[in-house]
Design a protein around this ligand. Sequence first.
Ligand SMILES: [Zn+2]
Length: 209
Amino acid sequence: MPNLPEELVLDILKRIGRHDYRDLGPFIAASKETMNLVFSREVLSSVDLSNFLCQSSMVNKDSRFRKFFISCVEHGNVMANQLEGLRILCQEGPTEAAFSMLQLSPAHSIYAPFVVGIFKICAGQFETGMRTLLQMWDNVDAWEEAVHIADMVIMQIVDMGPARSGLYFSSYSYPVDDIPHCTYISCAADNVCEECFAFWYSLIIRSIC
Ligand SMILES: [Zn+2]
């Protein structure tokens, strides 16, 4: 596209990227000019990273996609910030930077309040964690949606490769009085109800990170 004005090329790249980041590959390879345009805030802030959601190990530090991915994070891409926030929380431990990355998410997000809420509980901030999870319930239409997101996050953590070093062993404390009664009678980690959702998922995170 050597003769097109830069503004138009940028607009074309933005549209292509919003469909799928993989379609930008040829433009990265084409020339230094188009590569610089692909790596611009205009394109990377809105590029679609759905593929990273299902293959979350692509965000890891040793991944060949890392340079591209971290540019997306730095340019404010919401999906990239969600995944980088989750990566830090499950591989390195709780930091304000990680929680802030997740908070870039839109107000109607289910993903961000789930991750922030459940990791805050693990990090020893039970009240804040439960309050954040309440935001998630406000955005959920059907109960299954919450379980679906929660299971997806657990799969993403497993795919990234959590620390497995007991990052949250010492900070985790679920108040005994708040442990729902159903956990002793009917529910289990693979069969949760709305009452014991936070209890089981925080316990899973604690045990795998
Ligand atoms: Zn239950």
